[in-house]
Design a protein around this ligand. Structure first.
Ligand code: FAD
Length: 402
């Protein structure tokens, strides 16, 4: 990174105000309803409406389409606050997927696609998901088999996507998926790949729901798409060049995951410390034992560092997206560093905070039990930790030597 790109991601007054407003919303509307959400396995509709009323859905969507046009760092601030409020990370997942992938439509979608979807995303009446993974591939995008065949002014889509977040939410509320397809299957590797917006359709989607390890308020599943005609205006970016732009969506999502994981883990550490202050063992509070103090210190140091890295990565992303101040490769590396360390450290921090709470920590009443299962998903979703290492290694060693 050269010095003319000096880092400056100090929060503005507006951003500080945004944080306070969102924190108040989370304390009032989200925190009291987490147990209800876990029991019903669904994000309460009032929370989604409340987020829309607050202007935190489709946050990067420009004013022309009814959005507030925020930058990625501001979206990160909201993501962190929601991550702190919902240890199951269900609401953060809804927030990050919808925000990251609606951004890609704002940037590369046709006027028709933007008019058709973006105003409703801002109102919480449509949700945008990402459908990349298939039963036989995840990391290896070149192996994809979902095909979009051009037929006049339409694409005919056939294929199957699996392990996809928000499937029930999108079916019930409306919306669709930024879908990774092959438009020129004869071309090698990822070169014949396109991104197509595929709206949910009762008629053309055959859904199988999957049960997640955590994230109880979210939904997950697979779907087959059969003979579904999509208007060619729903192509995102250029035909056969989807692989060039898909990373911009993944990187935004990964940056948000970094700050969500750090925020959630810092809350877990805080709850664990409060528990240890109250719990007496061998005649004194648990916080008096240096072995436990050092665990608090190490986890705090890691998670505060991870939070900084997440904001730095989102800032670098903003600078590249708006002013081309960094290269795409520099952005990929900064984002991958933040996601790798934040999600790995967060899982360890939550695990320690659970341990500090003894048997209670292992019970279904303990937020750390929810958080441990939820946070674990982030070492896979939106790009696995091994793929983050591949990106960092490629940029550090050089692609000709790996
Ligand atoms: C909770 C959750 C939600 C998800 N939501 C979505 C979604 O909304 N949309 C979507 O499209 N996908 C979604 N996914 C899928 C996710 O993107 C994939 O799980 C991820 O990309 C890894 O792909 P895979 O599961 O097929 O694993 P594989 O690619 O089969 O890999 C298996 C393991 O091997 C490792 N591996 C693979 N290749 C290499 C290599 N070259 N070197 C070293 N290690 C390697 C991987 O990191 C992984 O640990 C979700 C996954 C989870 C767990």
């Amino acid at each position: 990174m050269n010095t003319e790109n000096m880092l400056d991601y100090t929060f503005s007054e507006d951003q500080e105000l945004l944080r306070i407003t969102v924190r108040e919303f989370c304390n009032r509307e989200i925190k009291p309803r987490i147990k209800e959400m876990i029991k019903n396995r669904k994000i309460p509709a009032e929370i989604i409406k409340g987020m829309a009323d607050l202007g935190i859905l489709g946050m990067t969507i420009p004013e022309k389409y009814g959005g507030p046009g925020y930058d990625a760092v501001s979206v990160g601030i909201v993501a962190e606050e929601i991550g702190r409020a919902d240890p199951t990370v269900s609401i953060p997942v809804f927030f990050l997927v919808d925000n990251a992938w609606s951004y890609l439509i704002s940037k590369y979608g046709s006027e028709k696609l933007k008019q058709d979807y973006l105003p409703d995303v801002v109102k919480g009446k449509k949700i945008i998901g990402i459908a990349s993974t298939e039963p036989n591939f995840g990391s290896d995008v070149a192996s994809m088999t979902t095909i979009a065949t051009k037929d006049g002014n339409k694409y005919r889509v056939n294929g199957e996507k699996s392990y996809i977040s928000l499937v029930r939410d999108i079916k019930e509320i409306g919306g669709g998926y930024v879908t990774v397809t092959k438009t020129s299957p004869e071309k090698p590797g990822t070169s014949g790949t396109s991104l197509l917006f595929v709206p949910f359709s009762e008629e053309h989607f055959d859904i199988t729901y999957l049960e997640e390890m955590g994230r109880e308020g979210s939904s997950w599943g697979a779907f087959k798409i059969k003979e579904y005609n999509i208007p060619s205006e729903y192509l995102i970016g250029k035909e056969d060049q989807g692989f060039r732009i898909i990373h911009e969506g993944f990187e935004f999502a990964r940056g948000l995951i970094s700050v969500i994981s750090a925020g959630a883990a810092l809350e877990s550490i805080g709850r664990g410390v409060e528990y240890m202050k109250q719990r007496i063992a061998f005649g004194k509070p648990l916080t008096k034992f240096q072995g436990l103090q050092f665990q608090v210190a190490e986890n705090t140091a890691r998670m505060e560092t991870a939070l900084d890295m997440g904001y730095k990565a989102l800032w670098v992303y903003d600078q590249e997206q708006k002013y081309h101040k960094f290269t795409r490769f520099q952005v990929s590396k900064e984002i991958a560093k933040a996601k790798l360390l934040s999600t790995t450290w967060a899982f360890d921090a939550v695990n320690d905070a659970l341990q500090w709470q003894g048997a209670f920590g292992y019970s279904k009443d303990c937020p750390e039990e929810w958080a441990l299962r939820g946070i674990r998903s982030f070492q896979l979703a939106e790009g696995s930790r091994e793929i983050m290492k591949q990106i960092i290694a490629r940029e550090t060693i050089g692609k000709d030597f790996i």
